[in-house]
Design a protein around this ligand. Sequence first.
Ligand SMILES: [Zn+2]
Length: 496
Amino acid sequence: MLTSLPGLALHPRSLAAADGAEFGLARTDAGARLAVLAPVGSPLLAEFEGETSEHAGQTLLLGPTSPQNAVALRGHLPWLRPGLLGLRTSAGLGDRLGLATPGHVAAVRSVGGRIAPIFAQQSIREMTRTGRTPQQVMDDATWGIFQEGWREGVGADADHLKTKADIDACLAAGFTFFTIDPGEYVDAAADTAVERTLRAKYAVLPWPDLVTTAAGLRNAYVGKRIEIEDRVLAFEEETLLRAAVKYGRAVAHVARMYRHLTDGRPPTTVELEVSVDETDTPTSHAEHVFIARELRRLGVRWVSLAPRYVGRFEKGVDYIGDLAEFTADFAGHAAIARALGPYKLSLHSGSDKFSIYPIAAEQTRGLVHLKTAGTSYLEALHTVAQLDPATFREIYVFARERYETDKVSYHVSAQLAVAPLPETVTDADLPALLDQFDAREILHVTFGSVLKERRGDGSSRFYDRLMGLLRANPEAYAVNLERHFIRHLRPFVRGA
Ligand SMILES: [Zn+2]
């Protein structure tokens, strides 16, 4: 038995038996090590790398948390392999540092395990900014899931994919949930374009890709009344022209990406999300209907869709906008998702949107996916602020320097002039900076710069210290994450 070997400090929830061997994750001075105990001569041992020793007819292998060992472990412990979540209420808990999964698991358990989780989730953009590969994102989640013994199933979200090469890289790493972002094919100018421009743009849509003609699409919509539960959407010609010009190319792109994703692969092994959340103007109900009907006509199947809702979804802070207006908008989208799917509505930039969670849960009747990412990095900074105020202060000073540059690719409205000056905040008050709107956004969008910043001698300025602190204090980080994510997940637990 692994547990009877002396001197091995094992994470108790990691212990598992499969295929004649025992597995566990050990804490050692050199960090986490995979422990495998199998009969001497077991061929299974050859799949793993590490040092071996013999104990009463058994071989103990102690190995690194390496890619090879992650692959081998997933081969023997099926719950580590991402699967499909289908229409279950679900949440994506993205993790830019690769150390958050234990805290995420704790939060999902705390709400009764009733939210289907995605622990491996990162967009190609964020992978580039954090210098991680799809395989590292997958493996970091694997080790966290293994450590905490989460056996109730997981998905893995290759987020905001824009190209076929993105799909291939994430398929190879074992991702199962593919978020296709056709944002660059969305023509938001269609909202306000004059008739002549609209007609000209409509005429040159990629008709072969859409497998119809200008006249054919017109006939399918204009003058039609589309019933969605107790609502009726009337498509006038202008409604169709605006929807088609705005989203027609995006629909064609998603269909191309979907065909690539499912090429030579049963569609039942992967699931698709369609996201147009990162675009300039809200998706109207008629446009949502257009997107869903056209994707379906082109043979695309998806489990969730992220329209661009009304209001502002800024990073890491609560919803900004009128709640009554949001409720009315969201209710319509939820009805469409039920009537034309069913599929889930996805809430992107979903972290910290506490004021709309109850609305989203109620209106979708549980057909909802919540997606968060950067907020786990903010909890890492929160932990650093508690453990090492000097390092956190240095990060905050640096983040303020970077903000005007780094904010460009994000939807944020924080102002440097409003965020507290570092020298006016006492050490004891530093953690509270994470609760101040402007400081929080400033810290949120500068993560890439913070993680990548190097000193003159090439050594990391913050990354090694940050990771060292979190690795040395895993409980402190996990406790912060658990508390923070219970607030995210609880509103989505039905009947709670
Ligand atoms: Zn998004």
